[in-house]
Design a protein around this ligand. Structure first.
Ligand code: UN1
Length: 495
């Protein structure tokens, strides 16, 4: 029997007002229904927003270290439940178990990190230009946040948004991806059990048009944080700007690895396999373009294809599996469509090129690891985000050309270079136009203590995750306080 999943409103687990449900299934075997999930609408959004609004004044006045204590307890619970949550990620989203556990670990890291912010949340104190007067800036909550998260990191990415929102004193309405509602529920249970007061965090399950958009448009919602497709992100940014809401949109990537002729080839191949096919290519940070120096191009391509041939596809809970299924029928069809586009564009298909249905994979959304060679930078498969196990290899005559190809697209999330020449890696570090640069490492695996995000159409608004210039820039606003204790009128800029 599938589990009956609920919305979480004002500290209570409730069905959608309409009573309607939809199914969450296992993408490795679509016959397995994991959850029956509330198919919510604007009425449920309204109830969640009301609860969040009622909870806001008390939560905003709760001392941040006390908010932090709740987050510490949540982090401890995540540690205790890591295995179960990791398995839930595998069953509902399809990634392999080691990565499912990594997904949970990233949430643990983030929750501890943001718990610690409860005792920092620092501003500045600076001298005033006048005597007997002081001046400081403090961080205050923004207000009520709508958080809309994707399915590819069903525990980690919600934690990137929920924990900074909470530590900063905001209240939240949260819509998790419709593909991974059970994982989201496990995460919200943790915050509930950690002692979060009712109404501070609310979760409404459902779809973009019926829940996400009404949430973002709701007049009481002051800010929106979205991670997902570029198309939806840009549209939502327009909605937010029009309604005067703060926002962060974290969207696509088309991340390159540059492999120079002096690279450690074994390391570069390993990194390219991990970046290209890890998480079945379903990371914003996935390495979907390999830009290889012409002198090692053939050698690299041959060995890369050999390595990809050996990857084992299957159910992520099987110990030997390295590549799981795509998350849904929609993604499966989209990836297969792009493979056809690549063939038609005249790229050379070196591996894969279609569905993978062998053995136990027959009932899941499996696509064979696919490699296109001799891809030219203007082909669609070299420019558009595919979000699947499809990698394009391109040739470059030198570092300058490689960097030009890397930069000549609308996205700029992460990029990597493999080279043993410190000057070349320094030039790449300087000239790659993106948010994350990796040197002698793949494009995936950002850590939470630094800002996460990219340039160009990859993202709009403040970055996610930790550190200066990270999430707190979205989840707090500055208040500046001048205190005059001179007992006389003092005029700044004049006296
Ligand atoms: C994403 O795919 O949206 O850097 C996030 C990484 C992970 C996060 C990816 N830490 O690959």
């Amino acid at each position: 029997m599938p589990e009956r999943i609920k919305n979480y409103i004002n500290g209570k687990w409730v069905d959608a007002a309409s009573g309607k449900t939809f199914k969450s299934i296992n993408p490795a075997d679509t016959r397995e229904v994991i959850g029956l999930v509330p198919d919510s609408d604007a009425a449920d959004v309204e109830a969640a927003v009301r609860a969040a609004r009622r909870a806001a004044p008390t939560w905003a006045k709760t001392p941040p270290p006390k908010r932090g204590e709740i987050l510490y307890r949540a982090a401890e619970l995540l540690v205790k439940r890591k295995q179960a949550l990791g398995e839930c990620v595998v069953r509902e989203m399809g990634k392999v178990l080691s990565e499912g556990l990594g997904d949970v670990q990233e949430a643990i890291d983030m929750t501890y990190y943001m718990a610690g912010e409860g005792r920092r949340l620092s501003g500045e104190t600076v001298p005033s230009e006048l005597p007997d007067k002081d001046a400081k800036s403090i961080r205050v909550p923004v207000g009520l946040f709508a958080l809309i998260t994707p399915w590819n990191f069903p525990i980690a990415i919600p934690s990137w948004k929920i924990t900074p929102a909470l530590i900063a004193g905001n209240t939240v309405v949260f819509k998790p991806a419709e593909e991974t509602p059970v994982c989201a529920t496990r995460l919200v249970e943790v915050f509930h059990e950690a002692g979060l007061p009712p109404g501070v965090l609310n979760m409404v399950h459902g779809f973009g048009e019926t829940v996400g958009e009404p949430m973002a448009r709701h007049p009481v919602v002051e800010a929106v944080s979205f991670t997902g497709s570029n198309e939806v992100g840009m549209k939502l940014a327009g909605v937010c700007a029009g309604l005067g809401k703060h926002y962060t949109m974290e969207t696509g990537g088309k991340n390159p690895i540059i492999v120079m002729d002096d690279a450690n080839l074994d390391l570069a191949i390993e990194g390219a396999l991990w970046g290209g096919f890890g998480t079945t290519g379903q990371r914003c940070t996935a390495a979907s373009r390999l830009i290889v120096h012409q002198d090692i191009y053939d050698r690299f391509a041959e060995r890369f294809v050999e390595g990809a041939k050996r990857l084992k596809l299957g159910d992520g809970l099987e110990r030997k599996t390295q590549v799981g299924p795509l998350v849904s029928e929609l993604q499966y069809k989209k990836v297969l469509h792009y493979i056809e586009v690549g063939k038609k564009e005249g790229a050379k298909l070196a591996l894969g090129g279609g569905p993978y249905r062998k053995g136990l994979c027959a009932n899941g959304y499996f696509v064979a690891p696919t490699i296109f060679m001799d891809v030219s930078p203007n082909m669609r498969i070299a420019r558009e985000e595919i979000f699947g196990p499809v990698v394009s290899i391109m040739r470059a005559k030198d570092l300058t050309e490689a960097i030009d190809i890397a930069n000549d697209i609308h996205f700029g999330l992460s990029a990597a270079i493999y080279s043993r020449d410190v000057n070349k890696t320094a030039i790449a570090e300087r000239d790659l136009d993106c948010g994350l640069v990796y040197i002698n490492a793949s494009t995936i695996g950002a850590e939470i203590q630094l800002p996460f995000g990219g340039t160009k159409r990859t993202g709009l608004g403040p970055r996610e995750a930790g550190g200066r210039g990270g999430a707190l820039d979205l989840y707090t606003k500055w208040k500046v306080i001048y205190r005059d204790f001179s007992d006389r009128l003092q005029k700044a800029q004049i006296d």
